[in-house]
Write a protein that binds this ligand. Sequence first.
Ligand SMILES: C[S@@+](CC[C@H](N)C(=O)[O-])C[C@H]1O[C@@H](n2cnc3c(N)ncnc32)[C@H](O)[C@@H]1O
Length: 311
Amino acid sequence: MTTTQAKADTATAAPLLDRLFDYVAESHPRSLRGLREAQGQDPKRFAEVAELYLRWLTEARGESGIEAAADAFAQFSTDVNLAQAHYERDGAYANKTFADVYKDHYSDAETMDGYLWGIYLTNFLWAHHFQIMMFFQDRFMPRLDDKAHLIEIAPGHGGWGAWALAHMSQATLEGYDISPQSIQIATGIAQAAGVGNRARYVEKDALDLTKVEAESADGCICSFLVEHLEDPQHLYKVLAHLLKPGGLAFITGALTAAQVDHIYEYRYESELVKMCEIAGLRVLETLSANPLRTLPRAKFMPRSMALLVQK
Ligand SMILES: C[S@@+](CC[C@H](N)C(=O)[O-])C[C@H]1O[C@@H](n2cnc3c(N)ncnc32)[C@H](O)[C@@H]1O
């Protein structure tokens, strides 16, 4: 594949995205089709989001950040495909307890570093996750006041919160994650996005957040944590505790989608809706998105669901 063929094919100039496409074409050619699928859904918006995320990445990680993150993305995507194949064979996720995942995964700095940068890119490079980014931008962000106080639970790389703050000139954010790597990366991304003075990240278990002041958040972001817990119902109660009456939360979760750190196996979209309702959260809107291509004759369709909810 020549450099010209690999170009991101965008109408507007997107030099960092071009560089990513070139590198993937050369070093991870099997991933290129997926990138083109994500881009093809809305090339203009894709280029805008991708260029923004890649600029923050290079500012936070230095010039070689794009290539390193692309390697992490390719590794992460391969690991996910393998985990899904094992899940198809076994009919259950490999890990059952949070303690196992914490020991082998969350507490391991090198593992978490690659994992979080890989996930950072999946936000827009996986076609169905790009759909969820558009849901966040179209349905969640416009409903928040410019001065909103946000709490992000399990920010990981911190991209969601930084993106929200970049749109809201006076908003503030507190983020809580169990992984020290997350605190470091999310802090770097917020600084790169020019919102570091309005974001603060603290290492803390999400399930302990009932000790944070009740009804203190205008908005909560909690993306891809519910499936990582043994008892996710408690997390929805935490969200209800943190939100002011009328406050909004953006929640995402994975269903029948295996990953090394997925524990709770959601099978139906209604299960997430029900958990919100039990916790006293009104479900305003939902989106269930799935990859354009899956394993042939698969029993399980991996889905990612986004919910916009209100206390
Ligand atoms: C799949 S990543 C999601 C990152 C980001 N929110 C996103 O949507 O791309 C899961 C994150 O949850 C964090 N995490 C897992 N269990 C947690 C817990 N009990 N409390 C806080 N964070 C947790 C992990 O450290 C990791 O950063």
